[in-house]
Design a protein around this ligand. Structure first.
Ligand SMILES: Nc1nc2c(c(=O)[nH]1)N[C@H]1C(S)=C(S)[C@@H](COP(=O)(O)OP(=O)(O)OC[C@H]3O[C@@H](n4cnc5c(=O)[nH]c(N)nc54)[C@H](O)[C@@H]3O)O[C@H]1N2
Ligand SMILES: Nc1nc2c(c(=O)[nH]1)N[C@H]1C(S)=C(S)[C@@H](COP(=O)(O)OP(=O)(O)OC[C@H]3O[C@@H](n4cnc5c(=O)[nH]c(N)nc54)[C@H](O)[C@@H]3O)O[C@H]1N2
Ligand code: SF4
Ligand SMILES: [Mo]
Length: 888
């Protein structure tokens, strides 16, 4: 919706998904219908939203919500649940010590929630066994920034993207994962045709649509590429001696290491499997452009050499002094909406709070005094992967999981599940009743979620924004900060956790950041520590540090002073290491994992929106056509993918955009949406030795065809029980659910089986059917009056009619005669169109409509498609795909 069309009483809040941190205007009409629009005044997005943000209104329904506390599956009152958690933790601490318990939290908690979880564990329980899904996400960046800058400080602002002359996007699929920043870069390129974009990614992603140069490097070889750049910069006389001599240490050693591993462009090209011309072109662009921003994300972080990758990038910025000035700097894009806030409060097991360190005795003392805490964690706690190993070994006996779904998202996920099943006390704070993690919980605590919660978050450019509620609190659900403080009180810490409102928590967090700081620590928001409730509610988006209320800081390090003991930044000597996970004859392919455009993580929220489910309705593996051919697989077939850890079954998509030898599977699917789609069941739990971040992008795997006896699909108005179906996946449609199914055993009587599947005992039902029993070809449509209730199509191969026209019938109250005739063919009558797979989620424009219009109306640009069909004119997330359809 356009922001002008929203009611005047709309609430300014923040998108709960990615680290761009877009401002959202949300309102609820009298029927309870939620509308959202981009906030034109928010500096992150200036009114823009991506497909996920634009569909937020469709994800707030209460279906599937966890609305009451539960113990062992029985609904209980809050008091009983809170007592159970507090007594359970207290007993285990008494008997086995504080390190026998753990919290596993999330970058999607609000800062206030996060601050309290950390305070309770590190200052009051007295252990540092609190870690977060940010370990899987940002910890290599944190470690890299700290090694180089002395602090975990993202130096840049979004406006640096517009002021740059060269943007290097490495290990970042910006178009899909930070879409609004992609739009900003795209616009900057239009406004300033000199702006060059280089993409470094083994795959040719949608992000490459705006790239002047794409380097499809051999996975894992980034440190060699950037060491080569460091060597080249020196050879070309691009060292900023003034900056290097006055403001840095370590340049000489870093250069020695760089030259040893990357002596020439030719050597680099060989190691990275790139052409020498492309490598030289990248180096030349970087060398000659003063204003360069290097953006990095999970292709850099999620590696057993992630921290080294980060420092190899930072080295190039430090050697050229390209940091702390407009239009330049090493810029990590954060993943989750509050990934940055979690770093501020010290949510990681090796941090304290307010950017302080556990292994610094002064910091421990300062924090303990500020909190008036009985204890303070003396040693770093277990990092996520170690934590779940300790749970599996029985060393941790109680764990409280908040706002994350580790049975889906941690590496070696089957073992994570087994560990949790054995763990004596598993507490899960969730907003959704049925997830793969709630399935193994003893206690479920119903949490408020987006639209209901109140607090603050911080985005990739250090900008703090208010997340404001506009919906009532449903059922017994409560804010995470409230739940944590209630447990803390029951553990005997009533005085230290006697907050009345979320603003009290924020004030304390802000005050700690300034406590005895005297500019010694980068994170200082003491300017916000005196806000009363009204002023807290009115906080305008502001970038930290904020030492005086209302005055933020756009760019860090403009004075050349860093947070190391001697105030100088450090170049780090990088000796490239090969990834730990290597391929062999049994596991000859590299599995790369990541995100799709329209889903968010484990789909608990985006999976509810029909228009977000249409883009990729099924778990899939993307393979180069040659790799697919090598294992006898074709587009659309089903494949089994094995690693040394586990197995998945997914649909095959072939694409020249994949690097041969490397395959890609998205992270989103789980047991709620597919029979066997959890990709982390495959991923080896290998981590970076410094950051502890898992190597999610590099697991050796083997692929083979999955050959069931039959294939099929099912469209139905209700969710169905898929017990006994060998393969299934489920996607939400407009008025229906779409199941893709396959079975290892042919049914003896398809019509009977179909009736069983669809629970069709009612009498008012009409069946339209076709059966060729010998060929195992069955088609059945179940009509109630003149309306489609469900339909089921079975065939011996995966070649089945298009789902899109049939799907469109579910919004019709009554079918036309011609439509009824087309049912069993799955084909529209003459004059009606099958729109095909949906490309534009905002206006539901399908691929067939677009390609026909391109041909018939001779459309030449994405803008012309927009004028003709509206596609791409709202959130713009599909514009890169429109462009690739044009070029195809
Ligand atoms: N649509 C959508 N957006 C999201 C999310 C989501 O779930 N859905 N999640 C958010 C979160 S939490 C995060 S952390 C971010 C992640 O944002 P991104 O990091 O942009 O996303 P990914 O898809 O994980 O991976 C980025 C790219 O790294 C590439 N890559 C793999 N191996 C290598 C390598 O060795 N070197 C290099 N240079 N590249 C490599 C992959 O091919 C992939 O295209 O996205 C955020 N935004
Ligand atoms: N193979 C592979 N695995 C990966 C990655 C990868 O690239 N490859 N990426 C990793 C990364 S970067 C990330 S960030 C993780 C993400 O992985 P997860 O954190 O496991 O994924 P989410 O689905 O975001 O989980 C958030 C959960 O919190 C619930 N929730 C939502 N709002 C609230 C709330 O306000 N309070 C509470 N208590 N609960 C709430 C949601 O319903 C959901 O179940 O996955 C990691 N795993
Ligand atoms: S880019 Fe999209 S997902 Fe990210 S914050 Fe903005 S609207 Fe939300
Ligand atoms: Mo992330």
């Amino acid at each position: 919706m356009n922001s002008e069309n929203l009611p005047k009483n709309s609430v300014k809040t923040i998108c709960p998904y990615c680290g761009v941190g877009c401002g959202v205007l949300a309102s609820v009409d009298e029927q309870g219908q939620v509308s959202v629009a981009g906030d034109p005044d928010h500096p992150a997005n200036l009114g823009r939203l991506c497909s996920k943000g634009a569909a937020l209104g469709e994800t707030v329904g209460l279906d599937g919500r966890l609305l009451h506390p539960e113990i062992n599956g029985q609904q209980v009152e809050w008091d009983a649940a809170l007592d159970k958690v507090a007594n359970g933790f207290a007993d285990i601490i008494r008997e086995h010590g504080p390190d026998a318990v753990a919290f596993y939290v999330s970058g999607q908690l609000l800062t206030e929630d996060y601050y309290l979880a950390n305070k309770l564990m590190k200052g009051f329980i007295g252990s540092a066994n609190i870690d977060t899904n940010s370990r899987l996400c940002m910890s290599s960046t944190v470690a890299g920034y700290k090694r180089a800058l002395g602090s975990d400080t993202v130096p840049c602002s979004y406006e640096d993207l517009e002021r740059a002359k060269l943007i290097v996007l490495t290990g970042s699929n910006t178009a899909w994962c930070h879409p609004v920043l992609f739009q900003r870069i795209n616009q900057a390129k239009k406004d300033n045709p000199d702006l060059m974009v280089v993409v470094i990614d083994p795959r040719r992603t949608t992000t490459c649509e705006i790239a002047d140069l794409h380097l499809p490097l051999q996975p894992g070889t980034d440190t060699t590429l950037f060491n080569g750049l460091l060597t080249y910069l020196e050879q070309q006389g691009e060292v900023n001696s003034l900056f290097v001599d006055n403001y840095t240490d370590g340049a000489a050693d870093a250069l020695v290491a760089a030259k040893a591993s990357a002596p020439s462009t030719a050597e680099v090209a060989k190691t990275c499997a790139l052409t020498e011309a492309d490598v030289t072109e990248f180096y030349r662009l970087f060398a000659r452009t003063e204003r360069v921003v290097t953006v990095f994300s999970q292709g850099v972080n999620q590696s057993s050499v992630g921290t080294d990758k980060v420092n190899s990038i930072l080295n190039c910025h430090l050697l050229t002094g390209r940091i702390g000035r407009p239009g330049m700097g090493p810029f990590s894009f954060t993943g989750q909406t509050n990934a940055m806030g979690g770093r501020e409060v010290g949510g990681l097991a090796n941090q304290l709070a307010a950017h302080m360190e556990i292994d610094n005795p002064e910091h421990r003392d300062l924090t303990q005094r500020f909190w008036q805490a009985p204890l303070i964690a003396e040693e770093n706690g277990l990092k996520a992967v170690e934590m779940f190993e300790a749970i599996d070994k029985g060393e941790i006996k109680a764990v409280w999981i908040m706002c994350t779904n580790p049975v889906v998202s941690l590496p070696d996920a089957d073992r994570v599940r087994v560990g949790l099943e054995k763990c004596p006390l598993v507490v899960v704070s969730e907003c959704i009743r049925d997830t793969d993690t709630t399935a193994v919980a003893d206690v479920l605590l119903p949490a408020l979620t987006w639209g209901e919660k109140d607090g603050t978050v911080t985005n990739s450019e250090r900008r703090i924004s208010r997340s404001r509620p506009f919906l009532p609190q449903p059922g017994d659900a409560r804010a995470d900060w409230w739940i944590i403080s209630q447990v803390a009180r029951r553990l005997g810490f009533a005085d230290a956790f006697d907050y009345e409102t979320v603003a009290d928590v924020f004030r304390e967090h802000a005050a700690l950041s300034g406590f005895e700081n005297e500019s010694k620590r980068d994170f200082d928001i003491s300017g916000l520590s005196g806000l009363d409730r009204k002023a807290y509610d009115a906080i305008e988006p502001v970038q930290w540090p904020v030492k005086t209320s209302g005055e933020g800081t756009a760019r860090m390090f403009s004075d050349g002073r860093f947070y190391t003991p001697n105030g100088k930044a450090r170049l780090v000597a990088i000796n490239p290491r090969a990834p730990v996970n290597t391929i062999d004859d049994n596991f000859p392919l590299i599995l790369n994992t990541g995100r799709t455009r329209d889903q968010w993580h484990t789909m608990t929220r985006t999976g509810k929106a029909a228009r977000l489910s249409e883009h990729s309705p099924e778990p899939y593996v993307e393979m180069h056509p040659d790799d697919a051919k090598g294992v006898m697989l074709k587009e659309g077939a089903l494949a089994q993918v094995f690693s040394r850890r586990g197995e998945v079954i997914v649909r095959v998509r072939t694409s020249q955009d994949q690097r041969p030898g490397s395959i890609f599977i998205p992270i989103h699917w789980n047991d709620q949406f597919a029979s066997q789609g959890r990709v982390d069941a495959l991923v080896n739990p290998v981590v970076d030795p410094i950051s502890g971040q898992p190597e999610f992008k590099q697991t050796p795997v083997r692929v083979k065809p999955y050959q069931p006896a039959w294939h099929g699909f099912l469209l139905t108005r209700r969710r169905l029980d898929m017990d006994g179906v060998s393969y299934w996946s489920c996607a939400t449609g407009d008025g229906f659910y779409r199941y893709e199914i396959a079975g290892e055993q042919a049914e003896l009587d398809w019509p009977v089986w179909a009736r069983g599947m669809l629970c069709a005992s009612d009498n008012d039902v009409n069946w339209v059917e076709y059966l060729d029993a010998k060929a195992h070809r069955y088609r059945g449509v179940r009509m109630v009056e003149n309306r489609v209730e469900s339909c089921i199509f079975i065939a011996p191969s995966h070649e089945l009619p298009s789902r899109s026209w049939l799907a469109g019938l579910f919004v019709k109250e009554s079918l036309l005669e011609d439509e009824r005739k087309g049912l069993l063919l799955g084909k529209p009558p003459v004059g009606q169109e099958d729109v095909g797979r949906i490309v534009c989620a905002c206006f539901s424009v399908g691929i067939n409509t677009i390609t026909t219009a391109i041909k018939e109306q001779n459309l030449k640009s994405a803008e012309e498609i927009g004028l003709a069909l509206k596609a791409g004119t709202n959130c713009g997330s599909c514009v890169p795909e429109l462009k690739s359809l044009l070029s195809a």
